[in-house]
Unconditional design. Structure first.
Lengths: 133, 384
């Protein structure tokens, strides 16, 4: 079972994503803003972090940047899920280290497939790293 | 008791009438002020109480609604099994629960479904729409359309648009021409989004203006709505008597690069309204309509400043190279700073061997202020 942190300031979306991912068999922890997300990131290890972009306290790009700058959490898969669809923001998210970008409105099926793919890629990468060692 | 009160009031009035006039006026003001304060305070308290009750109700009903949507839509077992959404059935007991018969619950349910649909598309989005229809919430929205209050009508239009429910032309078209600007804008936006074949039919009957902000909103909707049937906008340029519709169509012609509209737009160069002419010139420039250059140069000297500036900008966009001498003379001999600036920019925008030679020549032969203008226009980091 994978551990997923969902960061989203919209209550409805947060509960909906949590329910969808739980149905797909994942352990889901939620955070309503950047501040709560940082606290949860400090206290626990996650396989995937799914974050919105526009949130109070710290935006999604700051979350991505902070995860990638932390050597212990560098391997966490990051999916950005936002209604912002301009090229600049999307490329900035990828430049900072996001693995995937979902534009709202999202498709539940697509979300589950992307999560599964990212988890599969991650486990593949981890195996490669341990083999090299 | 009643008689005592009447007698007391009568005595008070008698004493009041014995007072000097300015005291009477002051007392009257005091009584009116106290009464107004009590009424205002009462109204505020009543409103606060109403919103408190509403919040309590919402807090009570929200979890029930969220459970319904979670169980019937998000966690529906039929999702992801290639079953068409129309064939997916909801639990009849869940959707016919007594609680969903209360009007305020139904309104909260509609608002929540809309919120979900803003976040989900695909199968989940379609299933949310089906839940809205199966629970008969569309009837609530249509009932609101019949309300005399314009706010309710707007709410209904927005709800039906968000849920992708077709509204008949007979109902929506009159609203696109309503005297109320907000209702008009909501109805027009809805019409564009919902009408599959002729989303711009309301242009034909529009007598009320398209306000600049409405144009901006509409432009966003037109350019972001998928599978919208884009017509040839020159039809309204030629025949519409609504100036704002023509002006908006000129922007759309330029955006969709409708080259077939060039002759119709060129006709507007003869229009009496100089704002119109300026819009038409700008449109021709964006369309790079080389055929219009000769006419623009011909009319240039008789135009007001805004049209002259648009002509210079258009010539920079068209950049045929045929009128470099004209641009040169405007740059060298015009006394107006904006004209010199736009003429220089138009020459530079040509970006050909001849134009580059001309820029060099101008830099050598002209005086200091004009040289500064050229340097300013040559700087790629300065856009305006």
């Amino acid at each position: 079972m994978s551990n997923i942190l969902v960061i989203e300031d919209d209550d409805i979306m947060l509960k909906a994503i949590r329910n969808i991912l739980r149905k797909d068999g994942h352990e889901v922890i939620t955070a309503k803003d950047g501040k709560e997300a940082f606290e949860k990131l400090d206290n626990e290890q996650y396989d995937i972090v799914m974050t919105d972009l526009m949130m109070p306290y710290a935006n999604g790009l700051e979350v991505v940047s902070r995860i990638r700058s932390n050597s212990e959490k560098r391997n966490v898969g990051i999916i950005v899920c936002s209604s912002v669809g301009n090229e600049e923001t999307i490329t900035e998210a990828f430049r900072l280290g996001a693995d995937d970008y979902l534009k709202k409105p999202i498709m539940a099926g697509e979300l589950m497939i992307r999560i599964r793919k990212l988890l599969a890629n991650r486990s593949g990468n981890v195996k490669l790293v341990t083999k090299k060692k | 008791m009643w008689n005592d009160l009447v007698e007391l009031l009568f005595q008070a009035y008698e004493q009041f009438s014995l007072l000097p006039l300015f005291i009477e006026i002051a007392l009257a003001f005091i009584i009116i002020a106290i009464a107004a304060t009590i009424i205002a305070y009462g109204a505020i308290m009543y409103k606060r109480y109403k919103s408190y009750v509403h919040e309590k109700r919402v807090a009570f009903i929200n979890p029930i609604i969220e459970d319904l949507i979670t169980e019937q839509v998000l966690l529906n077992d039929s999702l992801g099994r290639d079953i068409p959404t129309e064939e997916i059935e909801f639990n009849p007991e869940a959707i016919t629960n007594k609680v969903y018969k209360k009007p305020f619950v139904r309104q909260i349910l509609i608002d929540t479904l809309i919120q979900y649909r803003k976040n989900f598309r695909g199968e989940v989005g379609d299933l949310l729409r089906k839940l809205y229809l199966d629970m008969g919430l569309d009837k609530d929205s249509f009932a609101k359309m019949k309300s005399v209050r314009w706010e309710k009508k707007i709410k209904a239009v927005v709800e039906l648009t968000q849920m992708d429910i077709t509204i008949s032309d007979v109902t929506i078209l009159p609203l696109t021409n309503s005297t109320n600007a907000s209702l008009r804008a909501a109805a027009r936006n809805a019409y564009i989004q919902l009408s599959k074949n002729e989303p711009f039919k309301f242009f034909d009957i529009a007598t009320e203006p398209l306000l600049p902000w409405d144009q901006l909103e509409m432009f966003k909707i037109i350019t972001t709505t998928k599978d919208i049937a884009i017509p040839n906008f020159s039809r309204w340029v030629s025949y519409s008597s609504n100036k704002s519709v023509v002006s908006f169509c000129l922007k759309l012609i330029a955006h969709y690069d409708q080259q077939s509209a060039v002759p119709a737009v060129m006709e507007l160069l003869n229009n009496k309204d100089h704002y119109f002419r300026a819009d038409a010139i700008s449109c021709l420039g964006k369309l790079s309509a080389e055929a219009s250059e000769e006419k623009m140069v011909k009319i240039y000297n008789h135009q007001p400043l805004n049209c002259q500036l648009e002509i210079l900008k258009a010539m920079g966009n068209i950049a045929s190279g045929k009128y470099l001498e004209f641009l040169k003379s405007e740059f060298l001999f015009s006394s107006n700073f904006d004209i010199r600036m736009n003429a220089a920019r138009a020459i530079i925008k040509h970006n050909t061997q001849n134009s580059r030679l001309l820029v060099e020549e101008l830099m050598e032969m002209t005086y200091e202020e004009n040289q500064l203008i050229i340097k300013h226009c040559l700087n790629p980091l300065i856009k305006y």
